[in-house]
Design a protein around this ligand. Sequence first.
Ligand SMILES: Nc1ncnc2c1ncn2[C@@H]1O[C@H](COP(=O)(O)OP(=O)(O)OP(=O)(O)O)[C@@H](O)[C@H]1O
Length: 355
Amino acid sequence: MSEAGIVIDGVTKRFGSFTAVDNLTLTFADGETACLLGPSGCGKTTLMRMIAGLETPTEGRIIIDGRDVTNLRPRRRNIGMVFQYPVMYQTLSVRENIALPLKRDRSLSAAERKKRVDEVLDVIDLAHRADAYIDELDAGSRQKVAVGRSVARQTKVVLFDEPTTNVEVNAKLTLIRTFKEISRRLKQTAVYVTHDQTEAMTLADKIALMKDGSIIQYDGPTALYQKPASEFGGWFLGNPGMNFIPAQRTEAGLVSPLLPEPLDAPAKLGAGKVRLGIRPEQLLARTEPFKGSVEAKVEDCIVGIAGQLLARLSVASETVKLKTGALPNLRAQDTIHIGFPPEDLLVFEDGVRVT
Ligand SMILES: Nc1ncnc2c1ncn2[C@@H]1O[C@H](COP(=O)(O)OP(=O)(O)OP(=O)(O)O)[C@@H](O)[C@H]1O
């Protein structure tokens, strides 16, 4: 196994009898930005700390750029790290903070060092503040300096541990753009831990969706959203998550009181429990009945981001979530008509996607 990038090879981490990371095997490809995403306690930080060398795997190996680093100390791994709370030297300027990690590198001349720092200042878009002191900057700019410092050595791998947690919402997007631009320009392999799905969707080439110490799916953001491999992925991604509707097998296909017509059953369906998945924004919703519609009662309704309505509906003893911009006057207790476009329905068997 000598490929570039980061190879996680059968890695397990146990704390006493508790397994935080459970026999993971995965490759973060060279030059790719990968996000580790998942609910609190799923093992994201533990996995990243093992890549960094801050934690030793109980079993398995970690290979960075073809070199087995499992037993190397963090400093010997040649990686950059950006944390939630960066340590910054208040009495040094932006330029001096970024230059700091380069001081130890004797292979660089003073001119080369200055050139590197100028390059970094340019990428993080802080050349105009190069001589400012850290405490004169806002949290977003400070975090940019932290990133600048971590990438100044131009390591092949850079790790981010929820670096936007303490940055105000408006500055987050700028910061994320900066991360992307830097990894692209420096062709770095970046691993980024977050529990913010919007951040992961915006930033990642690929997302590793984690649950209980395992990786449920490793895929591009669009594939993960549109074709979750499991009900967990459908539920976890999206705001609100995917709807799941129970269905029964019959001679005519899959039937449900929510569907006026049976749905063709996939050939590879076994004998397990079948549920149909559909995203709240994929439901059709109108005030009048239409072809293929069923009647639904609005239980409650709130206005979401960008004026879209988020409603909880009861339909034939099931609860269904709807996200729509089409019914601006929707109120609780209204009766409406909804439809499930067959082409948008995903079939899950025992929690695993079949189509
Ligand atoms: N040093 C430790 N000793 C004992 N248990 C630990 C230790 N570090 C982590 N754990 C446990 O391992 C599990 C995974 O923790 P981890 O911090 O990796 O999760 P996470 O996905 O990063 O969660 P969060 O988003 O809350 O940071 C948790 O149940 C945590 O309590």
